[in-house]
Ligand binder design. Structure first.
Ligand code: M6R
Length: 611
């Protein structure tokens, strides 16, 4: 969380930084700020979104060829002007921005207070900055050395950018746990939390690793480890086009990303799924097929929407590969000292590849000898780099805070994985393998059919937008989709929503049902169909309002439901890729009908890089 941007070069820094911050706003939008260096060091910051900062600085001196900027997701200290970054050191010589959390900031702050330091904000960042300044003054050393000493003494996660009045061309950056990309131009350098602010200027980038410090000047990039040894920067070419991070005519990124899914699923399958020759080509799996097919157990570690994809993978892998699977919330897994046996495989699922809970869970599992397979969207991200092997979801940049196309990308990859491992293991028949491959191959076209006309879903959203609560119910492969539908609605519309296995409803949640409660059934034609028909009747008997996701041409569910969203027919293993789409649209339209900013829901951030 939090987005950071830096620039040093021949251009005016302010426009580069502001544009970059807008691209990174999905990482947090509680406040934003910039620091610019020319004859002096100027800091402008404001509570709220970047647009509010832009308005606030009209008429002010924004000149400078070096600067740093920050868009914040608040951790320490409420969202306010004074807690916004950048922060200035007590001498006024240094300015710093930070993405992460300094866990031991309290004793450091107390020491500094005793020494006479004062603090304008409640942030851990201002403490770290003054700690660095104090070390610099006491040790009479340069800023780089002071930073190195400070970083060895702090506990926590950080990506920081630091500028000093004494060195008006240099940005010093450091990272541990929070991402940092450096873009290399001719006579200029760009720094950012991800590549989106950089892409329009250069495609050559360096991903900074944990425990590295970068000293960046217009013509120079020096990378060192915390032991002051030079590291060779590994320059990579970005495979990303500017259009991919723009709205492309849609009113919101979320809507654009929902509509891209026919294409993104196709991109994910392309060159991998080859039903005509009965093959699935996935290097990450082929190279490790023995470890995967002989795994005594698979653990899936993820958070949020990615966890829902993991739950679906559990159903698929257990059915198709007959390997026991456990799905873990990364935040719990990392702290509860889990039992990891030799040979266990961990599948890590993450859109951003930077989620702190997932990342740290994997680090400790890796230390214990587990084999890590990453299913990640962001190429070159921390989880992708930490994994022993993996498969990218190829969904392209996902900017809307609510995950949509990344989720269907994850399911697509996980389905191919389950099929490939199951086939290699001999736990599925050739016939079923080919049938599922063909069904999967047909998904992009079927998604396009759902997206062709969304007016019925818009109407349903308008009808139920004032409900206070929603229940989402599904069985089997549709249960994770019910959970995902509830999460999407909560995030985007702020309506309380719960997802349950449909049969669980009578063990408690049914007490909530009355004529005001909309109940969304994910009720496509599958092996549980008769059972879910009974569950719908149980809700209708209690006057609940039923909204159903049903299979085209089904007549039974539509005859009972108050409103229906149809999806094309598909095998029950493949159907979730279709049934989730109306639910994404439902939450989008409810959020819009309620007048909310669906791309930037309150209190959320796209990339959760703090615990
Ligand atoms: O980047 P990740 O997939 O690791 O993120 C995990 C969750 O933070 C994420 O899925 C979150 O739940 C989304 N806001 C869901 O829309």
């Amino acid at each position: 969380m939090c987005g950071i941007v830096g620039y040093t070069g021949y251009r005016e820094a302010y426009p580069v930084i502001i544009k970059g911050l807008k691209r990174l706003e999905y990482r947090g939008y509680d406040s934003s700020g910039v620091a610019l260096l020319n004859t002096g060091l100027k800091v402008y910051k404001k509570k709220g979104k970047v647009a509010e900062l832009e308005e606030d600085v009209i008429g002010k001196d924004l000149h400078g060829h070096i600067g740093i900027g920050h868009t914040r997701w608040a951790t320490h200290g409420e969202p306010s002007d004074r807690n916004a970054h950048p922060h200035l050191s007590n001498s006024g010589n240094l300015a710093m921005i930070h993405n992460g959390i300094i866990e031991n900031y309290v004793p450091i702050k107390n020491d500094l207070l005793k020494k006479g330091y004062s603090f304008k904000s409640d942030t851990d960042t201002e403490v770290l900055l003054n700690f660095i300044e104090d070390i610099q003054q006491n040790n009479n050393c340069g800023l780089e050395e002071a930073l190195r000493i400070a970083l060895k003494r702090i506990v926590g996660a950080y990506c920081i950018l630091l500028i000093s009045k004494d060195d008006p061309e240099t940005i010093i950056a450091a990272r541990k746990g929070s991402p940092l990309v450096i873009g290399i131009g001719k006579g200029e350098h760009f720094l950012a939390s991800d590549a989106s602010p950089i892409i329009e200027y250069t495609k050559e980038v360096v991903y900074v690793n944990d425990y590295e410090i970068a000293i960046i000047r217009p013509d120079e990039l020096i990378l060192k480890n915390l032991g002051n040894e030079k590291q060779t920067p590994f320059i990579q070419k970005l495979d990303l086009e500017l259009a991919a991070i723009e709205k492309g005519g849609y009113s919101h990124f979320m809507l654009k990303e929902i509509h891209e899914q026919s294409e993104t699923i196709h991109d994910c399958l392309r060159g991998r799924l080859l039903p005509e020759v009965g093959k699935i080509m996935m290097g990450g799996i082929e190279n490790h097929i023995d470890a995967l097919k002989n795994a005594p157990r698979i653990l899936i570690v993820a958070c949020g929407t990615s966890w829902h994809a993991g739950l679906l993978a559990e159903y698929m892998i257990e059915e198709l590969c007959r390997i026991p699977v456990e799905v873990e919330y990364a935040s719990e897994f990392r702290y509860r000292n889990p039992v990891i046996h030799k040979g266990d495989v961990i599948i890590a699922i993450s859109q951003s590849g930077e989620t702190a809970d997932t990342l740290v869970a994997l680090e400790s599992a890796k230390e214990k000898g587990a084999f890590i397979f990453g299913v990640v969207n962001v190429v070159g991200s921390s989880i992708a780099r930490l994994s022993h092997a993996g498969a990218y979801t190829h969904a392209g940049p996902e900017i809307g805070v609510a995950s949509t196309k990344a989720f269907t990308g994850q399911i697509t990859v996980l389905t191919m994985m389950a099929l490939k491992i199951g086939f290699a293991k001999g736990t599925i028949t050739n016939e079923r393998y080919l049938q599922l491959m063909n069904d999967l191959n047909a998904v992009p076209e079927k998604v396009a059919v759902i997206l062709k006309n969304t007016s019925n879903i818009e109407r349903i959203a308008e009808k139920y937008k004032d409900a206070h609560d929603f229940l989402f119910l599904g069985r089997g492969y549709n249960f994770p989709i019910a959970l995902e539908g509830a999460l999407k609605l909560k995030e985007i519309s702020y309506i309380h929503a719960e997802g349950y296995p449909a049969a669980e409803m009578k063990h408690g949640p049914i007490a909530l049902v009355d004529e005001n409660l909309p109940v969304v059934f994910v009720a496509t034609k599958d092996s549980y169909y008769e059972k879910i028909v009974s569950n719908v009747q149980e809700i209708k008997a209690r006057k609940g309002k039923v909204i159903a996701v049903a299979t085209e041409n089904d007549t039974v569910i539509p005859s009972m439901a108050d409103d229906v969203m149809f999806v094309p027919d598909a095998d029950e293993i493949i159907a979730p890729l279709l049934s989730v789409i109306p639910l994404q649209l439902l939450s989008y339209f409810v959020g819009i009908a309620k007048g909310y900013d669906v791309d930037k829901p309150r209190n959320l951030a796209k990339s959760v890089t703090v615990e």
